[in-house]
Design a protein around this ligand. Structure first.
Ligand code: PMP
Length: 457
C-alpha cells in the first residue's frame, strides 16, 4: 500500500528483489541503493558515503548535485518540455552551434538518446552516404576486438567482446574485427622498440581482404575504455585515418566516453590531430543528468545529403532525441566544464595518478597502468613475467577492499577469456585535490595492505 512515509531499506530491498531486473545480471540480491550525490561523493540509504571513482558509468563528469543544471532543466520544462526534431527548437540549435566550437571543426549534429543510438545513426549515415555517392556496395564496418560500441543489434555487432554477444547472435551484419592496439599484450608480438604499428596496418589488411568496394567505415574509440583501458601508440589513430582516406572509408570516432574532457582534451581524437568524418558522443555531453547523444557528421559529408530530392533524406527519427530539456542540460553542463576549466582539470587528475601511482608497478600483481586523461586502467596479473591475468577472486578482493574504505571503482576486460582483470577509474573532473588524494591514498593502501599471499581467496 502506498504511504507518505519513506520506505526503509529492508522494504526497498524486498521490492527491488521482487520487481527490478538489474543491468548485466538476472538478479542482484543485495544491491547498493544509492540515495544522493554531492560533488564526487554518493551516499547510500544507510548514510554511508563513497567516492564515485567511476563517475557512475564514466559519465557524471561535472560531479553530482549541480543545482544550476537542475534549475536550467526545471525552467526549460516549464517553458517547453518537448518539440520534435522534425521541427526546430532553441536549445537544440544552441547546442549544435556550441558542439561545433567543442569539435573545432564544422559538423552537422543529429541528436539521439544514448551512445548506442548515436552509433546506429553513424552506421546508417555512412551506408547511405556511400549508397547515394556511386558506391552502393560499400556497407561493411571494421572495428576492433575488445571495443564496446553499445547494446543494440548494430552497435553490438560493432562491439568486439565475445561475452557480450553470445546468446544474442545473429546481430547486425557486416561488422568484422581486427586485433586491438594493445601494447601490453601486443597481438603481433612486438615491443615498444620494435613497434611498426601492425595493429593499424591490420585495418588496411582487413579493408583489402574484405574488398575496399564493400567497406563503408572504420569505427574506433580514441582509447578502448570499457574493453580495459587500451591506450594506443600515439601513431595509431593518424595511421588509421590515412588508411581510411586511401580507401574512401569513413572514419567514425566513438567519443561516448572519451569526449567532453575525459581524455584531457575536449575530444579524445584531439590528442592525435585527426579529423574524423563522424563523431559519436553521449555520457559526458550531459554528465548523465539527462539522456542525450549526438552524431556529428562532417560538413563535407553532410553537403552530399543536402542535394535536392527525397532520395537523399536521412530516413531516421526518434521520439526523445534532442529533447529540449536534455539539450538545456547539455548546454549548462558544457558551460560548467568551460567556466571551471574542467577539461584541463581532467588532465591534471590523470597526471596526479601517473605521478603517484606509478610505484604500484612494483607490486607483484600489477602488470600495467594505463592512463588517458583522467581515465585509468590498472591491469592485474598473477605473475608479472607470464602476464597470466589475475583471478576473478583477486580482482574482486581489491574492489571490495576499496569499497570498504569508501572508494567505488570498476573492472573490465574480456571475461570469457578470463581477462576481467583490469581495475578502472574515471572520477569526476570536478574532484577536489582532497578527493584525488583520497583516491590515490586508498589505492596505495589497498595494494600495500593486501600483500600477494593474502590476496588469494
Ligand atoms: N560507446 C562506448 C565507447 C561506450 O562506452 C558506450 C557505453 N558504455 C556506448 C557506446 C553505448 O552507450 P549507451 O550505454 O548510452 O547506449
Amino acid at each position: 500500500m502506498e504511504t507518505d512515509t519513506p520506505r526503509g531499506k529492508e522494504e526497498l530491498l524486498e521490492l527491488d528483489r521482487k520487481y527490478v531486473w538489474h543491468h548485466m545480471t538476472a538478479h542482484n540480491d543485495n544491491p547498493m541503493i544509492v540515495a544522493s550525490g554531492e560533488g564526487s561523493w554518493v551516499t547510500d540509504v544507510d548514510g554511508q558515503r563513497y567516492l564515485d571513482g567511476m563517475s557512475g558509468l564514466w559519465c557524471v563528469n561535472v560531479g553530482h548535485g549541480r543545482k544550476e543544471i537542475a534549475e536550467a532543466a526545471a525552467q526549460q520544462m516549464m517553458t517547453l518540455a518537448y518539440a520534435t526534431m522534425v521541427q526546430a527548437h532553441i536549445p537544440s540549435i544552441e547546442l549544435a552551434a556550441k558542439l561545433n566550437k567543442w569539435l573545432e571543426g564544422e559538423y552537422r549534429i543529429f541528436f539521439s538518446n544514448s551512445g548506442s543510438d548515436a552509433n546506429e545513426v553513424a552506421f546508417k549515415i555512412a551506408r547511405q552516404y556511400h549508397h547515394q555517392n556511386g558506391n552502393p556496395t560499400k556497407h561493411k564496418f571494421i572495428s576492433r576486438h575488445r571495443a564496446y560500441h553499445g547494446n543494440s543489434m548494430g552497435a553490438l555487432g560493432a562491439t568486439g567482446q565475445s561475452q557480450r554477444k553470445l546468446k544474442y547472435e545473429p546481430l547486425g551484419v557486416g561488422f568484422s574485427h581486427v586485433p586491438p592496439p594493445y601494447c601490453y599484450r601486443c597481438p603481433f608480438g612486438q615491443t615498444k622498440d620494435s613497434c611498426s604499428l601492425q595493429c593499424a596496418k591490420a585495418i588496411e589488411q582487413a579493408i583489402v581482404w574484405e574488398g575496399p568496394d564493400s567497406v563503408a567505415g572504420v569505427i574506433v574509440e580514441p582509447t578502448i575504455t570499457g574493453g580495459g583501458m587500451i591506450v594506443p601508440h600515439e601513431g595509431y589513430l593518424p595511421m588509421v585515418s590515412q588508411i581510411c582516406k586511401k580507401y574512401n572509408v569513413l572514419l567514425i570516432v566513438d567519443e561516448v566516453i572519451c569526449g567532453f574532457g575525459r581524455s584531457g582534451k575536449k575530444f579524445g581524437h584531439h590528442n592525435y590531430g585527426v579529423k574524423p568524418d563522424i563523431v559519436t558522443m553521449a555520457k559526458g555531453l550531459t554528465s548523465a543528468y539527462s539522456p542525450l547523444s549526438a552524431t556529428a557528421v562532417s560538413a563535407e559529408l553532410y553537403a552530399t545529403f543536402q542535394q535536392a530530392g527525397p532520395t537523399s533524406h536521412f530516413r531516421h527519427i526518434n521520439t526523445f532525441g534532442g529533447n529540449p530539456v536534455s539539450c538545456v542540460v547539455a548546454l549548462k553542463n558544457l558551460e560548467i566544464l568551460e567556466n571551471e576549466g574542467l577539461v584541463g582539470r581532467s588532465a591534471d587528475i590523470g597526471n596526479a595518478f601517473r605521478a603517484r601511482l606509478t610505484p604500484l608497478l612494483e607490486h607483484p600483481h600489477v602488470g600495467d597502468i594505463r592512463i588517458f586523461g583522467s581515465a585509468m586502467g590498472i591491469e592485474l596479473v598473477e605473475d608479472q613475467g607470464t602476464k597470466e591475468p589475475a583471478t576473478p577472486e583477486r580482482v574482486a578482493q581489491l574492489i571490495a577492499a576499496c569499497k570498504s574504505k569508501g572508494l567505488l571503482i570498476g573492472k573490465n576486460g574480456d571475461t570469457v577469456q578470463g581477462f576481467a582483470n583490469i581495475l578502472t577509474l574515471s572520477p569526476p573532473f570536478s574532484s577536489t585535490d582532497q578527493d584525488v588524494e583520497f583516491i590515490i591514498e586508498t589505492l596505495l593502501s589497498v595494494f600495500q595492505t593486501t600483500p600477494p599471499e593474502r590476496m588469494m581467496s
